[in-house]
Design a protein around this ligand. Structure first.
Ligand SMILES: Nc1ncnc2c1ncn2[C@@H]1O[C@H](COP(=O)(O)OP(=O)(O)OP(=O)(O)O)[C@@H](O)[C@H]1O
Ligand SMILES: [Mg+2]
Length: 166
């Protein structure tokens, strides 16, 4: 049996406004290492791109980070680690094959994937899933699920610190 695959943990982060979402992104950017994969989901305007922009800034990326909706993948090389920002909303199977997503997922950088739940079979088994929900006005409930190492530990750490609602 592979214990690493079975290891999972959850945490919930409540953001009252953009700053709350940015604080979570900064926290996670500090823990990111080569090969980190973060899968982002949430309705239109939930804050997937906002989270990604905050994460990129915390990683030291100075370039402007825009939504990669039409380009699918954007690469930023000027931070602490290479950052690959994907939006797979319009990704077709042909494009997925052509892009060779595994080179990103199993590479030396950090991958952020918007609309990741559309490509469940293409994601590596170990990743951090983040679901952002509207909670009225600027408030968001952000549910984190860590599958495998080190992501399950990240969720436990957030939960233990009492910064999470559950
Ligand atoms: N707590 C919050 N966290 C994140 N974004 C917030 C928050 N409160 C307000 N916002 C605003 O909500 C908007 C989120 O837009 P964003 O483009 O990040 O959403 P998205 O999930 O990427 O949408 P899409 O599915 O269209 O790509 C931004 O204008 C942001 O400033
Ligand atoms: Mg977006």
């Amino acid at each position: 049996m592979n214990d690493q695959k079975k290891d999972a943990a959850q945490a919930v982060w409540r953001a009252e406004d953009e700053n709350g979402t940015a604080r979570l992104a900064e926290r996670l950017a500090g823990w990111a290492a080569p090969g980190t994969v973060i899968a982002l989901d949430g309705d239109l305007g939930a804050g997937k791109t906002f989270f990604s922009q905050s994460f990129a800034r915390a990683l030291g990326v100075r370039e402007v980070v825009n939504s990669p909706t039409f380009t699918i993948i954007k690469e930023y090389e000027d931070g602490r680690l290479p950052l690959y920002h994907m939006d797979v909303y319009r990704l077709s199977q042909d494009e997925a094959d052509e892009l060779g997503l595994d080179d990103y997922f199993y590479g030396q950088g950090v991958v952020l994937v918007e609309w990741a739940s559309l490509i469940p079979d293409l994601l590596p088994p170990a990743h951090l899933a983040i679901a952002i929900e509207h909670a009225g006005g600027s408030a968001r409930i952000i549910r984190l699920t860590g599958a495998g190492r080190p992501y399950a530990d990240w969720c436990r750490r957030l939960a233990e610190e009492g910064v999470c609602g559950e």
